[in-house]
Design a protein around this ligand. Structure first.
Ligand code: ATP
Ligand code: MG
Length: 334
């Protein structure tokens, strides 16, 4: 049997370049070698968007478009809509017994997100517990590997702990996953400060038009110590050069720009123009694939229906094993 991948995203906006280098590129690369499930995590998206369900439901098709645009092939990868997979919800309930409240609240990513979202002392319980439901996502598909960005490492660790506890208590049932980090596990945002994130408005989206990309790149922060193009500049930690490294395949051009930047022999305008060209070249084939599918809404629905069917099949068989291990596979019902 091929090894399995479980990965996915919350439908609460479109995918950006951070997703690409953090996890999406790995998914595209590994979809031949692995049996891959890509989860559209709408239930998880509702944990912090429950007052705005239209945003979540309305982003589902966009996410399919982003995936196919980026090169996820629905013939090779199964795109699964989380809310339609009841086994995940059931597993979450069982796993809640495998963790302590304190352990979940200590999760550094959850902690940071609680702060960022300004929940104060009204943290929705569903939000605080989302690492547990993520353990259900991962184990429902018996995933061996989970391609993620750095902020997700505590989630994978939480999943591994739940798996070990469950297996110790009830016998080897669940598969323990490993995280796989992308080339840039924490891509900085356009603002140069925080990580690129859809909720921070500092992103270049895979679906941005060439004009939007040009505008966003032109507005990027660079070296704050450099006042005029003849000042020697810093390339380390400079977001424009981080993006050049990540997205410009012309290594000679990048080396030349860096050298001239350090000597004060190139202006920000040229560095940014070349970056915008590189990003637009990268995105162009994605835009074309995206547009082709966008014009065929029935195909999008077919992809979703097929994924739900396959997702239910696999997760139900895992749920069966779990119930057996937990002695709730009552004989009088069979
Ligand atoms: P939100 O702002 O709603 O949290 P997000 O933009 O941070 O959205 P997520 O849906 O939280 O995106 O993340 C989906 C996946 O992409 C995760 O594996 C995450 O680690 C990865 N990821 C997100 N942003 C980045 C980034 N800037 N660099 C690398 N990986 C990223
Ligand atoms: Mg995030």
């Amino acid at each position: 049997m091929k090894k399995r991948i479980l990965t996915g995203d919350r439908p609460s906006g479109r995918l950006h370049l951070g997703h690409l280098v953090g996890s999406l590129a790995n998914r595209v690369k590994l979809q031949d070698e692995y049996d891959q499930f890509v989860l559209i995590a709408d239930v998880q998206a509702l944990t912090d968007n429950y007052e705005n369900p239209e945003k979540v439901a309305g982003s589902v098709r966009d996410l399919v478009l982003d995936y196919v645009g980026a090169g996820i092939d629905p013939q090779k990868s199964t795109i699964v809509l989380q809310s339609q997979i009841p086994a995940i919800a059931e597993l979450t309930v069982f796993y809640l017994n495998m963790v302590s409240l304190n352990r979940v609240l200590r999760n550094p990513t959850v902690k940071a997100e609680i702060e960022q979202k300004g929940f104060g002392d009204s943290i929705p319980a569903g939000f605080a517990m989302y690492p547990v439901s993520q353990a259900a996502d991962i184990t429902a598909f018996e995933a061996n590997l989970v391609p993620v960005g750095e902020d997700q490492l505590p989630m994978i660790e939480q999943t591994r702990e739940i798996v070990r506890k469950f297996n110790n208590l009830y016998g080897g049932t669940l598969t323990e996953p490993e995280a796989l980090l992308g080339n840039y596990p924490r891509l900085v945002g356009l603002d140069g400060k925080s990580k690129m994130s859809k909720s921070l408005g500092n992103s270049i989206y895979l679906s941005d038009s060439p004009e939007e990309v040009n505008k966003k790149v032109a507005s990027m922060f660079t070296d704050p110590t450099r006042l005029k193009p003849t000042d020697p500049g810093h390339v380390e930690g400079n977001p424009v050069f981080i993006y050049h490294e990540a997205f410009n395949p012309n290594k000679e051009e990048v080396a030349d720009l860096k050298a001239r930047y350090k000597e004060g022999k190139v202006g920000d305008v040229e560095v940014k123009q070349k970056l915008a060209v590189a990003i637009n070249n990268l995105l162009e084939p994605m835009r074309l694939r995206r547009e082709a599918l966008a014009g065929n809404p029935e195909k999008i629905e077919e992809i979703l229906r097929d994924g739900i069917r396959k997702g239910r099949e696999v997760s139900e068989s895992v749920l069966k094993k779990v119930k057996k291990a937990m002695k709730i596979d009552y004989e009088f019902l069979s």
